[in-house]
Design a protein around this ligand. Structure first.
Ligand SMILES: *Cc1c(COP(=O)(O)O)cnc(C)c1O
Length: 390
């Protein structure tokens, strides 16, 4: 006698709304990378055919990234990601120019990889101004102007906030820093591969990007370093990347980064239009259907894929867990440290009370997000908020 056990298996549909944290790697990116793990495995510094092949792939990738930014091939430095690019930009420039001046300006809403590097430099004797932002999250140009002094060596402002999605007036800042001959760094990790970027038009001197935020692999990024801008290296022990980044290059990663940016360039304008329409629909429906809901960030000047809310009388962690249970993956927008929820520095900077900030929710959309998914999200979100308040 044969017993057949049929296990009832309910497959819950899972939907990802956390594309600002990371994205899946595009299958075409994976295909482009694969040969560089196996048959084309050479070290790009080696003086033989394996090395030359690796070096060619590396330089071709550099060229692709440079083209995307309106830069030159030799101005692109590969790093292990956005964090390292930001560390290298701030530390490398501060240490190199310490005899020229000791003042650095950053916005108060930067990513921790900029903010904590700025705090570290403060401990090393540099003076740091943390520029305030308005209620929409944008820095004021007159405040920037009055913060500049003849000691200022660097201004660092992110292109767009990973948390509330606000896009900063980078071109205007670039005009000011260029006029004063001050180096301008931009953390473009949230915008690269999503919005067009031209380092010439924006007068940017240093710019960070990271592959895993636009359908490339994790652990690889790049820093654009304008010709004539000199940095001290943060890693010692090799002369790779023009001496700016010791360590054997991640050739497969660089190839993946280049392929991802190439693919992004083909669709990003259309995707920005499509995703911002979905975003605006989502925002309108949330504000209409959930009492005590508030949108954070700028209504127009915001990332096409970002919707960030706070809900009165809601704990964000509980909301996230409730949503995850019904197959919705979202975020509060800022990472909590060791389980302790510190109120987000970004929400504080835009004047959201700590109480309200505890009820934060970031929904970030991606290439595969559909209107059906948004409808499903709305239904589940409205129900979850109701449940938690009951
Ligand atoms: C994700 C992110 C970073 C860090 O990039 P990694 O590649 O994950 O190190 C830096 N800045 C911003 C704005 C980001 O969103």
């Amino acid at each position: 006698m044969v017993f057949i056990l049929i296990r009832e298996k309910r497959v819950m549909k899972k939907t990802y709304f956390d594309y600002a944290s990371t994205t899946p790697v595009d299958a075409r990116v994976v295909s482009a990378m694969l040969p560089f793990f196996t048959e084309k495995f050479g070290n790009a510094s080696s003086a033989h055919s394996f090395g030359f092949a690796a070096q060619k792939a590396l330089e071709d990738s550099r060229e692709t990234i440079a083209k995307f930014l309106g830069a030159r091939r030799e101005e692109i430095v590969f790093t292990s990601g956005g964090t390292e690019a930001n560390n290298l930009a701030l530390m490398g420039l501060a240490h190199r120019l310490k005899d020229k001046g000791n003042h650095i300006i950053v916005s108060a809403i930067e990513h921790p990889s900029v903010l904590e590097t700025a705090r570290y430099l403060e401990k090393q004797g540099f003076q740091v101004t943390y520029l305030n932002v308005n209620a929409q999250g944008q820095i004021a140009l007159d405040q920037l102007r009055s913060a500049l002094s003849d000691q200022t060596i660097l201004v660092s402002v992110m292109h767009a906030s990973n948390e509330i999605g606000t896009v900063e007036p980078i071109a205007e800042i670039g005009r000011i820093t260029r006029e004063r001959k001050i180096i301008f760094h931009v953390d473009a990790v949230q915008t690269a591969g999503h919005l067009p970027i031209d380092v010439q038009a924006l007068n940017v001197d240093l710019l960070s990007l990271s592959a895993h935020k636009f359908y490339g692999p994790k652990g690889v990024g790049a820093l654009y370093v304008r010709k004539g801008v000199h940095l001290d290296s943060c890693l010692l022990g090799g002369d790779q990347e023009q001496g700016l980044r010791a360590s054997t290059q991640n050739v497969a990663g660089a190839v993946g980064l280049a392929k991802a940016i190439d693919l992004a360039a083909q669709t990003m304008v259309d995707e920005a239009v499509r995703q911002s329409a979905l975003r605006d629909f989502l925002i309108a429906e949330v504000l209409k259907n959930i009492d005590g809901a508030r949108l954070n960030g700028h209504a127009q000047e915001r990332l096409p894929n970002n919707a960030h809310f706070v809900f009165e009388k809601i704990k964000g962690e509980a909301l996230l867990m409730n949503l995850d249970r019904v197959g919705i993956a979202a975020s509060m927008g800022s990472a909590c440290k060791a389980g302790l929820m510190e109120p987000s520095h970004v929400l504080r900077a835009i004047g959201v009370s700590d109480d309200l900030a505890a009820g934060a929710l970031r929904i970030s959309l991606g290439r595969s997000t559909t209107r059906t998914e948004i409808d499903d999200l709305l239904e589940k979100l409205i129900a979850a908020v109701k449940r938690l308040r009951a």
